[in-house]
Write a protein that binds this ligand. Structure first.
Ligand code: MIG
Length: 806
């Protein structure tokens, strides 16, 4: 019998039952610059630090000291920008203040409450910090509980395949290889302990930077409480204030970093399968893509290209001439990406194994012996990627693949780490890790293992691909891993439900720092129908990583695998992707520069509209495009919510008033898609692969009644010259009025434009203008009309174009 069921759920009882302990009253507070350390009589320490005006960090220790401060998540420059911090002692509490955020720490129990700049309560402790001594392990389970404010909503947490709004759910982070994962499965591959809270007084973010197994409860077990805890380490969290969810996303990106600009080709279409297992097969796929005029930029090699699954080797029978093959693909405009797993086959005739063994780079058990785990190659050793020396060695191993053979990117898989034939699916917990000199067991290193592998891979690929940019895709990672690698969502299933999951996961990953995301289009396991594959492809047009992948044993999954109609429809979707490439690349630039999520749930567009809190099919892609995938078979239309503002149907150019739900008719040809009134959307003609310099450029101008700014960023599409000012960033501002429509352009950067003239295409205007002025002079133009829109050409460096009527 479980006697706890008879005990009322009260703090004092909890303490005796499970030995929870709490800080008691304040002994002293040490103020030091922008931080304060509070000490309770029973030896608890709370360290509060202002990182910037909007971000405070809270660290607790029940041990009487703080361990050295170390984190894999934080970006190097995350502290820059702090301005002002004031500490005041009052009768019953301390008040710590920046101009944007204030915090009260109660003297009686060290409980914390946080207020925004208007003095409104954002968040407060319920039980606050407490801990449990785990007698079995001799470590502390560290816990934090917060009051959940009435009607509070929660977002974030990485790749959870559940409703976007996390309210009423419990989750955990423990990187897990979950083949054919189900909706609501938890945990999955990635570990991102960051969430947003939103209620009527405001919004905030909490980043719980702890790499042990972490848990979150969002008002699920107890309706008025949200809690998070970990199996070890510290309660160490960053509290982020902001006036919108978007601001908070940007501040989180400042803390944990952003990637560099990717090679432009990586925003093209990628074709993958487990496996294209011979040169012949690879070339056949490549030729067929070109022959059928299906634009594509990358082809992948899954594990079967290797010799007996030995990383950094080739199966010489099926791939007799890797360098030649990669070159032949290059000549056709394809980049080659190959998979590299962490497991190193135990084979002393295999140089990687021998060297890793001799240099002592593989993971060991607590009592010394090397750890052996079974994966594809059979028994393997595993590099300890948390050791900086091992990472350097690993980076160096890419020389041949990248520099000599010419691969453009690397795919890291199985790095949760995944182990076969053991119930835990991963390393035993006693395995030792270096953790950059902070030696620890697998309990602490598990959730960062994949991140550190992708970091070492990124460093190697970057070095040997120079002067080109690296491309990395990883399955497992931790918060901050976005600095090194893109991610895909893992082994999904070819079902309509999984199309829904794909949509939600990509939105959620995007607001959790990882915008460079995609899913296995069509599903990894099982086989999609033509309709499902088409709908999935259409959604993936708006996923920064657009890759078809499948397990290969359920039938083919190439763009032509679903009959002629399917081929047409898939081609059309991929073509739209390539037409929108300038918009995609600009969106990526805004992500790397400003930390803006590329895929934005509606609540990130307008959190003040309650309709957006539960909406999850629709999302905003970049600044100006609203997308709503069709997620069910056999649909002639669907309902969708248009957030406030005015919109144009991208396909029909119909003008629609927002702030309401609409029913939109759709065909299988098109994904429902809206453009914001006033926006300018850059588009190019379809290319078969990304060419890095636009030959023609169209600017699609959607009439609006308010001033709107649109951006178009471009650079060489590869290399690093953009860091020396060799880029071209155009900022367009529209200034509408009764009788005229004016667009101004401001250019920045030293890269000359690759086009001389741009075509301006005007949508939503009642009639063509009577006068066109270029930089305030009358301008003779030949106006083309087409379906209610009109267009003309103008020199690309125009400063101002004004249309007048009447
Ligand atoms: O145990 O490399 O998620 O994308 O094709 C399966 C083979 C290992 C799992 C990956 C999948 C990949 C597959 N891998």
């Amino acid at each position: 019998m479980n006697f706890t069921t008879f005990v009322p759920f009260m703090q004092s009882d909890m303490q005796t039952l499970i030995n929870e302990q709490f800080p008691n009253h304040l002994l002293k507070a040490d103020v030091n610059g922008s931080s304060v350390v509070f000490h309770s009589h029973n030896g608890v320490m709370l360290w509060v630090e202002a990182i910037t005006n909007h971000v405070m960090r809270f660290r607790y220790s029940a041990k009487g000291y703080f361990s050295p401060d170390f984190s894999y998540a934080m970006a190097k420059d995350h502290r820059s920008g702090f301005a002002y911090f004031k500490v005041e002692e009052l009768d019953s509490y301390y008040e710590l203040r920046t101009p944007k955020l204030s915090c009260k720490v109660q003297k009686i129990d060290l409980k914390v409450s946080l207020y925004n700049e208007e003095g409104k309560l954002l968040n407060e402790d319920e039980k606050g910090f407490h801990w449990e001594e785990d007698s079995q392990r001799g470590d502390n389970i560290v816990k934090m509980s917060k009051r959940s404010i009435n009607g509070e909503h929660y977002f974030g947490l990485g790749d959870k395949p559940s409703n976007l709004n996390l309210r009423d759910h419990r989750f955990q982070n423990w990187g897990t290889d979950e083949y054919g994962f189900a909706k609501d499965a938890d945990p999955l591959y990635r570990n991102i302990p960051f969430y947003y809270g939103l209620h009527k007084e405001g919004c905030y973010g909490v980043f719980f930077d702890n790499s042990y197994r972490t848990f979150f409860d969002f008002a699920s077990e107890r309706k008025n409480v949200t809690s998070f805890w970990a199996e070890g380490g510290e309660i160490n969290y960053y509290f982020i204030a902001g006036s919108s969810l978007m601001n908070i996303a940007q501040r989180y990106a400042r803390l944990t970093g952003k990637p560099e600009m990717p090679p432009k080709w990586s925003l093209g279409y990628h074709q993958c399968k487990w496996s294209y297992s011979s040169e012949e097969e690879v070339m056949e796929i490549a030729h067929k893509l070109r022959k059928l005029k299906i634009p594509a930029d990358a082809i992948y090699l899954d594990i079967d290209y290797m010799d007996g699954f030995r990383c950094f080797t080739w199966n010489k029978e099926n791939f007799p001439d890797p360098k030649g093959m990669v070159q032949r693909l290059k000549d056709m405009g394809f980049k080659t990406v190959a998979i590299i797993d962490p497991g190193i086959k135990i084979d002393m005739d295999y140089s990687v194994c021998k060297e890793g063994f001799e240099k002592n780079y593989f993971c060991k058990h607590a009592d010394g012996p090397l750890y052996k785990g079974k994966v594809w190659p059979g028994e393997c050793y595993f590099p300890d990627f948390t050791n900086p020396e091992v990472r350097d060695w690993w980076s160096g191993l890419f020389k041949e693949l990248i520099e000599d053979i010419g691969l453009a990117g690397v795919w890291n898989d199985m790095n949760e780490p995944a182990i076969m034939d053991v119930p835990t699916k991963t390393f035993p917990l006693d395995i030792r890790h270096n953790y950059d000199g902070h030696h620890c067991s697998h309990r602490k290193a598990h959730n960062v293992y994949g991140m550190q592998m992708s970091r070492a891979t990124y460093k190697g690929v970057k070095k040997f691909a120079f002067p080109n940019r690296p491309f990395i895709i990883t399955r497992s990672t931790y918060a901050g891993g976005q600095r090194y690698s893109s991610v895909w969502t893992g082994d999904n299933i070819a079902t309509w439900e999984h199309l829904w999951v794909a949509n939600v996961q990509c939105q959620r990953l995007s607001i959790s720092g990882f915008s460079f995301v995609g899913t296995d289009i069509g599903g990894f396991t099982e086989h999609p129908t033509m309709e499902l594959y088409v709908r999935w492809m259409q959604l993936a047009v708006f996923h920064p990583l657009m890759r078809t992948h499948s397990s290969g044993d359920h039938g083919d999954q190439e763009p032509w695998s679903f009959g002629e109609e399917g081929t047409e429809l898939v081609r059309k979707a991929i073509e739209l992707r390539y037409q929108l490439l300038p918009y995609h690349y600009t969106n990526f630039y805004q992500y790397t520069r400003d930390g803006k999520p590329m895929i934005r749930p509606l609540s990130f567009y307008d959190h003040q509209d309650p309709q957006t809190w539960y909406r999850q099919d629709e999302f905003v892609f970049g600044d100006h495009i609203l997308v709503c995938p069709v997620l069910e078979p056999d649909r002639q239309g669907r309902r969708m919510y248009l957030p406030k503002g005015k919109w144009y149907d991208f396909h029909s150019k119909e003008y629609l008033e927002g702030g309401r739900e609409i029913y939109l008719e759709t065909s299988l040809e098109e994904i429902p898609m809206m453009v914001k009134a006033g926006a300018i959307i850059p588009m190019i003609p379809v290319e078969q692969y990304v060419s890095n310099s636009y030959k023609e450029l169209e600017l699609h101008i959607y009439r609006g009644e308010e001033s709107v700014v649109s951006m178009l960023y471009d650079d060489a599409g590869d290399g690093y010259n953009h860091n020396q000012g060799y880029y071209l960033n155009r900022n367009f501002t529209v200034l509408p009025s009764e009788s005229k429509y004016r667009i101004t352009q401001h250019q920045e950067g030293r890269m000359p434009s690759s086009v001389k003239e741009v075509t301006l295409v005007y949508h939503g205007f009642k009639s063509r203008p009577s006068i066109v002025e270029l930089d305030s002079d009358p301008f003779e133009v030949e106006i083309q009309e087409n379906n209610g829109s009109f267009s003309f050409k103008v020199a690309e460096d125009f400063k101002q174009i004004t249309l007048r009527w009447g």
